[in-house]
Design a protein around this ligand. Structure first.
Ligand SMILES: [Zn+2]
Length: 416
């Protein structure tokens, strides 16, 4: 009875404390020596770390939860989906209210993570990783964690990480099985480990017809909270190793890089499988360097302004921007009768335009030819459009071609 009473009084006393006191206590809780028995643990590295978690589904929930408990200082969350009731069975960060309000997953997760560890700075981004997250932001990360449910998103994330020279941890779950892998630029590349069958599937998945299909029937993978916990935990652990790069190099820790961790829960099988690939001829893992940061040019400038600013900045003439993430489409044309429909959108938005605005079925959409631009310069007919309208995200790195050569120029952030 006495101990019960003490516990009750302690709980009441805690509830009456001001937010500041609780924050101070939390700071003590996540101060130095939080994992004192780990010889390799360097809290200052973890507290200063910037980690991006891409995908806030079952895996993303587990990874972000663990990273917050570890005290990773700065977390970026990327996802464009909203919380649904069906997510609640395997998402520790989401509530019934989040599903009821159809809250964006990144906002719901950010709220829960701040409650879990008030020392962590959480930045939610409602965005598609393939086209809406600037390379300039990715290259500022110490590590990226992919919690994705399809090959195309993994392929695009890998491409960004390799261009930026940032290591990333991949996780995948299906049913009661899951895998985790680590990709480090110069050692291991997701695209280089893809089998011919996987390339075929990827090509099919990136075709217009498939994009429409994926849009209509958003992919659903059945899985369990347990397999998400296991794989998410391994991913978080491997992320810690990437943050302790020096300790891993000295052999205090062993990275998963070059191997794949496989787990199967039904009959309890787990193993490490060789999984390494780095082909020097792979066009997907070219590192963009050197990257210089333009002091004023942002994605809100028009193309005309951007070209002038770039020529002035580089001291070279004839600047063109090479759209490396996606092309830009001004119209689509009916193959059979030559009928043209104005689109004026980045490639990634065309499939939705065809289904939602034109209200065409998949088969009808197949009958259109897409008129697109990949390199845009002074002769581009829509120079008054902003870089943002042309599909360039905030803080992206532009691939600029001039009469003298190639350059990589990062846009200044448009956020005040
Ligand atoms: Zn590669």
């Amino acid at each position: 009875m006495f101990s019960y009473l003490c516990a009750y009084i302690a709980t009441r006393a805690r509830a009456m404390k001001t937010d500041n006191t609780i924050l101070e206590e939390a700071h003590v809780g996540w101060g130095e020596d939080i994992f004192p028995k780990l010889s390799w643990w360097k809290q200052h590295k973890v507290s200063a770390a910037r980690v991006m978690v891409v995908g806030c589904g079952a895996l993303g929930n587990e990874v972000a939860k663990n990273l917050a408990l570890f005290g990773v200082g700065h977390l970026w969350l990327v996802d464009f989906d909203k919380v649904e009731y069906s997510n609640l069975t395997r998402s520790v960060l989401f509530t019934l209210e989040d599903a009821g309000e159809a809250c964006h997953k990144v906002y719901a997760a950010a709220r829960a993570l701040r409650r879990l560890n008030p020392n962590v700075e959480v930045m939610p981004l409602v965005a598609d990783i393939g086209t809406e997250v600037g390379l300039g932001l990715i290259r500022r990360m110490d590590a990226v964690v992919g919690c994705l449910d399809n090959r195309k998103a993994r392929y695009l994330l890998n491409r960004l990480c390799m261009r930026a020279g940032v290591s990333w941890v991949d996780g995948g779950i299906k049913g009661m099985e899951g895998v985790a892998k680590v990709f480090i630029p110069g050692k291991n590349c997701y695209a280089c480990t893809m089998e011919p069958g996987a390339w075929k599937e990827l090509k099919r998945n990136m075709s217009c017809r498939e994009l429409i299909k994926q849009d209509v029937e958003a992919q659903r993978v059945s899985t369990t909270p347990v397999v998400a916990s296991v794989i998410g935990a391994v991913q978080a652990q491997e992320t810690m190793k990437l943050l302790h790069e020096e300790e891993t190099r000295h052999g205090e820790l062993t990275s998963l890089c070059g191997k794949m961790f496989y787990y199967e829960g039904q009959h309890l099988t787990s193993r490490l499988i060789e999984h390494r690939g780095w082909d020097d001829d792979c066009p997907v893992h070219d590192k963009w360097e050197p990257i210089t940061v333009h002091p004023t040019l942002t994605f809100r400038h028009t193309l005309e302004e951007a070209l002038n600013l770039l020529e002035e900045y580089l001291g070279e003439r004839g600047a063109r921007i090479v759209l490396r993430n996606q092309s830009w489409v001004d119209y689509i044309e009916q193959r059979s009768d030559g009928r043209k429909v104005q689109v004026m959108l980045p490639e990634s938005k065309v499939a939705r335009f065809i289904t939602d605005v034109l209200e065409l079925e998949q088969d009808e959409a197949e009958g259109f030819y897409q008129h697109e631009f990949r390199v845009i310069g002074a002769d581009f007919p829509y120079g008054s459009m902003t870089l943002q309208q042309l599909g360039v995200p905030d803080m992206d790195v532009l691939h600029v071609r001039t009469d003298n050569g190639e350059h990589f120029v990062e846009l200044a952030s448009a956020q005040v």
